[in-house]
Design a protein around this ligand. Structure first.
Ligand SMILES: [Zn+2]
Length: 269
């Protein structure tokens, strides 16, 4: 197993590795800008398998199972720009401030990550410079371009959660995640709760905070954009049919919210 201990940041992603940022529908005309921090579970070749078997590298600790299909279909249906990150959160978590210990987790749920043990400062920096920074720089640049062009922008950050965490079953089908925005999350909660078959979490199974999140605080709240996170339970979106159903449902709900925001003059009429 090779580790990125060399300190030369250009060594982390080589010619056989794909770029971290994936874009779908970059010319989309929707006010929704969709992000997906845990879209993929790729590993840079230089990191080998992080010392983990395939069974660990494919489960929820490595990525948000099912969300890639939902995000892609939703982006197309809403005609919304999607910015996603392809590498596993076990390499570096793109929704954690890089200063927190869980940024490059040594343990996730009950799994120790051998390839994340005892990393030199240079190795930590290399992961940030190769994956975290380009992803967030790109989101920042897209938001700045939209603001410059006067394009209304509502940030939606898509995630999925494991149905059972540390032995505890979670009852929610979907949850909204937010902190400071008081405009979008109440509308989202109201419409989701209007769906008769759903158990909806209000800041469940997670709430957004400056300590545990990055995308919403930095790109949404600090810029004053309307924003919300969405968490969908992974067993509901494990296959393509489920992903499509949830994309259809969310597209319908977000379209309805767009109309409401225009009526409330929170978006241009
Ligand atoms: Zn996630």
């Amino acid at each position: 197993m090779a580790l990125d201990s060399a300190g030369d940041t250009s060594l982390l992603l080589g010619s056989q590795d794909v770029p971290p940022v994936l874009e779908v529908n970059a010319a989309g005309r929707s006010p929704y800008l969709v992000t997906c921090d845990h879209y993929g579970r790729m590993l840079p070749k230089a990191l080998g398998d992080l010392g983990l078997p395939e069974s660990e590298l494919t489960r929820h600790i490595a990525w948000d199972i099912g969300i890639a299909g939902v995000a892609t279909a939703l982006s197309k249906q809403l005609d919304a720009h999607l910015i996603a990150q392809r590498y596993s959160r076990l390499v570096i978590d793109c929704n954690r401030p890089p200063v927190t210990p869980s940024s490059i987790p040594r343990i996730s749920e009950a799994t120790t990550i051998p390839g994340n043990e005892g990393l030199a400062r240079e190795a930590v920096d290399a992961r940030r410079e190769a994956i975290f920074d380009p992803y967030h720089r790109h989101i920042q640049a897209v938001i700045e371009r939209r603001l410059r062009e006067g394009t209304p922008t509502v940030l939606v950050s898509l995630h999925s959660f494991t149905p059972v965490y540390a032995g505890i079953a979670r009852p929610w089908h979907i949850g909204t995640l937010y902190n400071r925005d008081t405009r979008l999350p109440p509308l989202l909660l109201k419409l989701l709760r209007g769906e008769p078959d759903l158990v909806v979490g209000d800041n469940e199974p997670y709430a957004v905070s400056d300590e545990t999140d990055y995308t919403i605080p930095v790109h949404g709240e600090a810029r004053g954009l309307m924003n919300s996170g969405i968490e969908i339970r992974q067993d509901l979106i494990a296959d393509q049919a489920g992903q499509q159903q949830w994309a259809d449902r969310l597209a319908r709900i977000f379209s309805e919210i767009e109309t409401m925001l225009r009526t409330q003059q929170l978006l241009p009429a």
